[in-house]
Design a protein around this ligand. Structure first.
Ligand code: ZN
Length: 156
Protein backbone atom coordinates (compact mmCIF):
# COMPACT_ATOMS: atom_id res chain seq x y z
CA UNK A 1 0.00 0.00 0.00
CA UNK A 2 1.41 3.30 -1.04
CA UNK A 3 0.38 6.65 -2.34
CA UNK A 4 1.84 7.28 -5.80
CA UNK A 5 2.75 10.64 -7.25
CA UNK A 6 0.10 12.08 -9.52
CA UNK A 7 0.86 13.31 -13.02
CA UNK A 8 -0.67 16.65 -13.95
CA UNK A 9 -1.98 18.17 -17.16
CA UNK A 10 0.99 19.17 -19.31
CA UNK A 11 2.83 15.95 -18.50
CA UNK A 12 3.27 14.16 -21.86
CA UNK A 13 2.55 10.75 -20.27
CA UNK A 14 -1.13 11.76 -19.94
CA UNK A 15 -1.32 12.06 -23.73
CA UNK A 16 -0.09 8.57 -24.61
CA UNK A 17 -2.18 5.54 -25.54
CA UNK A 18 -1.90 2.85 -22.86
CA UNK A 19 -1.06 -0.80 -23.48
CA UNK A 20 -3.19 -3.87 -22.73
CA UNK A 21 -2.29 -5.83 -19.60
CA UNK A 22 -1.33 -9.37 -20.70
CA UNK A 23 -1.57 -10.97 -17.25
CA UNK A 24 -2.38 -10.09 -13.65
CA UNK A 25 1.02 -10.28 -11.99
CA UNK A 26 1.85 -9.37 -8.36
CA UNK A 27 3.18 -6.07 -9.72
CA UNK A 28 -0.18 -5.32 -11.33
CA UNK A 29 -1.95 -6.13 -8.04
CA UNK A 30 0.39 -3.79 -6.20
CA UNK A 31 -0.20 -1.07 -8.78
CA UNK A 32 -3.99 -1.40 -8.39
CA UNK A 33 -3.76 -1.30 -4.57
CA UNK A 34 -1.62 1.83 -4.82
CA UNK A 35 -4.02 3.41 -7.31
CA UNK A 36 -6.91 2.87 -4.88
CA UNK A 37 -4.89 4.36 -2.01
CA UNK A 38 -3.98 7.33 -4.18
CA UNK A 39 -7.58 7.84 -5.34
CA UNK A 40 -8.94 7.78 -1.77
CA UNK A 41 -6.14 10.00 -0.47
CA UNK A 42 -7.02 12.63 -3.05
CA UNK A 43 -10.79 12.10 -2.66
CA UNK A 44 -11.32 11.24 -6.30
CA UNK A 45 -14.05 8.96 -7.63
CA UNK A 46 -11.73 7.47 -10.24
CA UNK A 47 -8.09 7.16 -11.21
CA UNK A 48 -6.41 5.79 -14.34
CA UNK A 49 -2.94 4.22 -14.47
CA UNK A 50 -1.36 6.97 -16.64
CA UNK A 51 -2.26 9.44 -13.87
CA UNK A 52 0.37 7.69 -11.74
CA UNK A 53 2.77 7.42 -14.68
CA UNK A 54 1.99 3.86 -15.79
CA UNK A 55 0.92 3.35 -19.42
CA UNK A 56 -1.34 0.36 -18.85
CA UNK A 57 -5.05 -0.07 -19.56
CA UNK A 58 -6.21 0.01 -15.94
CA UNK A 59 -8.50 2.30 -13.98
CA UNK A 60 -10.22 2.22 -10.60
CA UNK A 61 -13.53 3.80 -9.64
CA UNK A 62 -15.48 4.23 -6.42
CA UNK A 63 -18.64 6.30 -6.68
CA UNK A 64 -19.70 5.28 -3.19
CA UNK A 65 -20.59 1.66 -3.96
CA UNK A 66 -17.16 0.27 -3.13
CA UNK A 67 -14.11 -0.01 -5.36
CA UNK A 68 -14.17 -1.38 -8.88
CA UNK A 69 -11.02 -2.28 -10.79
CA UNK A 70 -11.15 -2.24 -14.59
CA UNK A 71 -8.28 -3.92 -16.44
CA UNK A 72 -8.37 -3.95 -20.26
CA UNK A 73 -11.83 -2.33 -20.24
CA UNK A 74 -14.05 -2.17 -23.30
CA UNK A 75 -17.16 -0.01 -23.38
CA UNK A 76 -19.69 -2.23 -25.17
CA UNK A 77 -22.76 0.00 -25.11
CA UNK A 78 -23.46 3.69 -24.57
CA UNK A 79 -26.80 5.39 -24.56
CA UNK A 80 -28.65 8.37 -23.21
CA UNK A 81 -27.06 11.66 -22.29
CA UNK A 82 -26.06 13.53 -19.14
CA UNK A 83 -24.61 17.00 -18.99
CA UNK A 84 -22.80 18.16 -15.91
CA UNK A 85 -19.58 19.42 -14.42
CA UNK A 86 -16.57 17.17 -14.39
CA UNK A 87 -13.17 17.36 -12.74
CA UNK A 88 -9.96 15.34 -12.73
CA UNK A 89 -7.25 14.67 -10.16
CA UNK A 90 -4.69 15.55 -12.84
CA UNK A 91 -6.27 18.99 -13.31
CA UNK A 92 -6.75 20.04 -9.68
CA UNK A 93 -9.41 22.52 -8.55
CA UNK A 94 -10.91 22.94 -11.99
CA UNK A 95 -14.13 21.82 -13.65
CA UNK A 96 -15.91 22.05 -16.98
CA UNK A 97 -19.26 21.01 -18.40
CA UNK A 98 -19.08 17.69 -20.22
CA UNK A 99 -21.86 15.67 -21.85
CA UNK A 100 -21.49 11.92 -21.45
CA UNK A 101 -23.70 8.88 -22.03
CA UNK A 102 -26.09 8.35 -19.13
CA UNK A 103 -25.82 4.58 -19.40
CA UNK A 104 -22.87 2.40 -20.34
CA UNK A 105 -22.11 -1.29 -20.35
CA UNK A 106 -18.43 -1.95 -19.76
CA UNK A 107 -16.56 -5.23 -19.88
CA UNK A 108 -13.22 -5.56 -18.10
CA UNK A 109 -10.94 -7.92 -16.19
CA UNK A 110 -10.91 -7.74 -12.40
CA UNK A 111 -7.94 -8.08 -10.07
CA UNK A 112 -8.40 -11.88 -9.91
CA UNK A 113 -8.15 -12.10 -13.68
CA UNK A 114 -11.86 -12.73 -14.29
CA UNK A 115 -13.70 -10.98 -17.06
CA UNK A 116 -16.84 -9.16 -15.83
CA UNK A 117 -19.50 -6.86 -17.21
CA UNK A 118 -20.90 -3.88 -15.34
CA UNK A 119 -23.88 -1.74 -16.22
CA UNK A 120 -23.54 1.83 -15.00
CA UNK A 121 -25.65 4.97 -15.00
CA UNK A 122 -25.23 8.62 -13.98
CA UNK A 123 -21.99 9.34 -12.06
CA UNK A 124 -20.70 5.79 -12.45
CA UNK A 125 -21.25 5.92 -16.22
CA UNK A 126 -19.59 9.34 -16.37
CA UNK A 127 -16.60 8.05 -14.40
CA UNK A 128 -16.16 5.02 -16.67
CA UNK A 129 -16.16 7.26 -19.78
CA UNK A 130 -13.77 9.76 -18.18
CA UNK A 131 -11.30 7.11 -16.99
CA UNK A 132 -11.51 5.13 -20.21
CA UNK A 133 -10.59 8.31 -22.12
CA UNK A 134 -7.42 8.57 -19.99
CA UNK A 135 -6.27 5.22 -21.44
CA UNK A 136 -6.28 6.82 -24.90
CA UNK A 137 -4.59 10.05 -23.85
CA UNK A 138 -7.82 12.06 -23.78
CA UNK A 139 -8.46 14.58 -20.98
CA UNK A 140 -11.89 16.05 -20.24
CA UNK A 141 -11.07 19.57 -21.54
CA UNK A 142 -10.74 17.91 -24.99
CA UNK A 143 -14.42 16.93 -24.88
CA UNK A 144 -15.83 19.73 -22.71
CA UNK A 145 -18.53 22.01 -24.02
CA UNK A 146 -17.49 25.13 -22.21
CA UNK A 147 -14.36 26.61 -20.72
CA UNK A 148 -12.44 24.95 -17.91
CA UNK A 149 -13.09 27.12 -14.87
CA UNK A 150 -11.44 27.50 -11.51
CA UNK A 151 -13.46 25.98 -8.65
CA UNK A 152 -12.49 28.94 -6.45
CA UNK A 153 -14.11 31.33 -8.94
CA UNK A 154 -17.33 29.32 -8.85
CA UNK A 155 -17.49 29.27 -5.07
CA UNK A 156 -16.05 32.74 -4.52
ZN1 ZN B 1 -9.17 12.25 -14.89
Amino acid sequence: MAIRNLRYEGDPILRKVCKEVPEITPRIKELVADMLDTMYEDEGVGLAAPQVGVLKRIFVIDVGEGPYTFINPVIKEKDGEQTGSEGCLSIPNKVAIVTRPNHVVCEATDIEGNRFTVEATELFARAICHENDHLDGILYPDVAEGPVVDLDDLEG
